[in-house]
Write a protein that binds this ligand. Structure first.
Ligand code: BG6
Ligand code: MG
Length: 214
């Protein structure tokens, strides 16, 4: 029998692969500012907030902007990103995710979202996954981004559970660190070479089941 009372899921890269859309929109921003960056550099943007991502990208291009200009560009990037999000369908949900969420519900294990994104509700609606979630903590609720544990501690609070009873699912290094800093078990979703601080790493939810939870 599992002791786990809540599972806290990151969104981008765990439930659905939006990284490619973020990359397209950020790349358009860089191109309009006169430079380019690689998919490899894009890895560094996973899990961190919109404004932190912009700072990194401007750094790569050696561009200095005023605070107002930064906000303007971030708004522009978000509208390009949302154009792509609006075309998303339930087919984009990552393999094994709906089955795993269903099995959690059957065992009365709470399900919460813990994401840096301010667009998470819209994305969950587009992929028809919103109904699974007992709580949504995202970029609209937090003041400190991952690797700070705030997003997951708020998830525990919202599901009336203790951190030690929660399991976090994360694809980003900063997210794994946030989960560990919250005192939770962390399942990395991706590569064990990158997610070295996770308690276990899976490559897909097809490998996950309630009996693998602590
Ligand atoms: C995270 C993504 O989930 O959300 C980051 O991994 C992204 O790449 C961040 O920057 C913020 O997302 P949004 O949708 O609010 O711009
Ligand atoms: Mg992620």
């Amino acid at each position: 029998m599992t002791q786990t009372k809540a599972c806290l899921f990151d969104l981008d890269g765990v439930i659905v692969d939006t990284a490619i859309y973020h990359f397209q929109a950020w790349r358009r921003l860089a191109n309009e500012l006169g430079f380019d960056f690689t998919e490899h550099q894009n890895e560094q943007l996973k899990g961190i907030s919109r404004m932190e991502s912009l700072e990194l990208i401007l750094n790569w291009g050696n561009i200095t902007l005023t605070e107002t200009e930064k906000l303007d560009w971030a708004t522009r990037k978000n509208s390009w990103y949302l154009d792509l999000v609006m075309q998303m369908t339930p087919n984009e949900v990552l393999e094994g995710v709906p089955e795993f969420l269903k099995s959690l519900q059957e065992q009365n294990i709470k399900i919460a979202l813990g994401s840096a994104s301010k667009n998470s509700k819209l994305i969950l609606e587009k992929i028809q996954m919103l109904h699974y979630f007992d709580a949504i903590i995202d970029g609209n609720n937090i003041t400190k981004g991952k690797p700070n544990p705030q997003v997951f501690l708020l998830g525990a609070e919202a599901t009336n559970t203790q951190p030690a009873e929660c399991v976090v699912f994360e694809d980003a290094v900063a997210g794994v660190q946030a989960g560990k800093a919250a005192g939770m078990t962390v399942v990395g979703v991706g590569s064990p070479e990158i997610l070295t601080e996770a308690d276990i790493v899976i490559t897909s939810f097809k490998e996950m089941s309630v009996d693998r939870l602590p």
